[in-house]
Write a protein that binds this ligand. Structure first.
Ligand code: PLP
Ligand code: SF4
Length: 347
């Protein structure tokens, strides 16, 4: 399993998508233009889930002519990563943790990706010298207690290279926690299985699985994650709220329940970052809050992620609700207000 290899029969361009019946022949010229600008790949595990054009899986991964139009509010670097990179491969925004991006290749290219201007099949594998510099940066910054491997997708590294990186991080005394964000469990379960043994590290390692629709948790993906979990790796879920994919209470409930059934604790539900050509996925925050509020009380608290906005411009992630407190009343899950009893101050 070399660095960045995708499974055989991954669909990588308009011609392959049209041949597979996933795109209309008359869109060929426009989709070729999209493909020149943004990477395209749909691996067999995800292509097999598409039942009709525009369904929640197709919407996430099949390129669309609308990607050629950038809306006025959209930005190439929506969350300001570029300005926060002290050395190649590192992004440092918070005192106690940093991102390490060892490569920018993904097993599937999400059409709503916030790093779409950077990710791609020929991109970003750090050279040995760059990796050494990034590791040195982490070694000399003792306030960093957690390293988050992201990209691109760190599980597309060869097992040998990923093991070397995890070993190097594990040997840095001030680093207590390792975290990997990945699409591989749902995009390529066979690769997940093959690389799983590498994730059995001495220091706690958390795997955060990116998935946006319940059907991504196929029996194969679930079995692969079961193997990972057996190695003592806790599983978290992260999702993006997306128009036409999971923008209903039923779709979100099914997604979070599918995660729980896979031993994944839903961690974050992201508000869409305004990357270029992604406007068709936008769900207003007020609507997102209303959808989540309708799940409160109906769905187990274990299923509840934090709904977060990465403030455009690099200002950080913050929870955006819903919330239940007014000045001196609190609303219950059914929307009824109740007085907050103030304690009587004595003595
Ligand atoms: C999202 C992000 C993190 C991780 O944030 P958590 O809230 O700990 O999940 C860390 N660094 C950067 C630059 C980020 O964008
Ligand atoms: S897997 Fe992540 S980084 Fe890769 S295209 Fe999807 S959202 Fe972007």
């Amino acid at each position: 399993m070399p660095d960045g290899s995708l499974p055989a029969h991954t669909l990588r361009d308009a011609a392959a998508l049209i041949a597979a019946g996933l795109a209309a022949p008359q869109d060929r010229a426009l989709l070729d233009q999209v493909g020149e600008r943004y990477a395209v790949a749909i691996p067999p595990a995800l292509a097999a889930l598409i039942t009709h054009p525009g369904d929640p899986i197709a919407r996430q991964f099949v390129p669309h002519p609308d990607e050629l139009a950038t809306a006025p509010h959209e930005r190439a670097d929506p969350i300001g990563d570029d300005a926060l990179s002290p050395v190649p491969g590192i992004v440092h925004r918070y005192a106690d943790r940093a991102l390490l991006k060892p490569l920018l290749i993904c097993p599937v290219y999400c059409r709503f990706c916030f790093r779409r201007e950077h990710v791609g099949p020929d991109g970003g594998l750090l050279t040995d010298a760059q990796l050494a510099t990034a590791l040195d940066w982490l070694r000399t910054h003792e306030a960093i207690t957690e390293v988050i491997l992201t990209g691109g997708d760190p599980l597309l590294l060869s097992p040998r290279r990923l093991a070397a990186i995890l070993d190097a991080l594990g040997a840095i005394p001030h680093i207590q926690t390792l975290r990997i964000h990945s699409r591989v469990p749902v995009a390529d379960p066979a690769r997940m299985r093959a690389i799983a043994p590498v994730l059995e590290t001495e220091k706690p390692l958390w795997l955060v699985v990116h998935a946006n629709h319940a059907t991504e948790f196929t029996p194969d993906a679930r079995a692969a994650l079961r193997e990972v979990n057996r190695l003592g790796v806790p599983l978290l879920g992260q999702s993006v709220l997306l128009r036409g994919v999971n923008d209903t209470p039923d779709a979100l409930e099914a997604l979070f329940r599918a995660m729980l059934a896979t031993r994944i604790k839903p961690y974050y539900l992201h508000q869409l970052d305004p990357a270029p050509g992604t406007a068709r996925f936008h769900v207003p925050i007020a609507e997102g809050r209303a959808i989540l509020a309708s799940l409160r009380g109906r769905v187990t608290g274990l299923a509840w992620p934090t709904y977060v906005l990465d403030i455009p411009g690099g200002h950080g992630k913050v929870p955006i609700g819903p919330d239940y407190l007014d000045a001196d009343t609190v609303r219950d899950p059914a929307g009824r207000s109740h007085a907050l009893a103030a304690p009587t101050v004595t003595g």
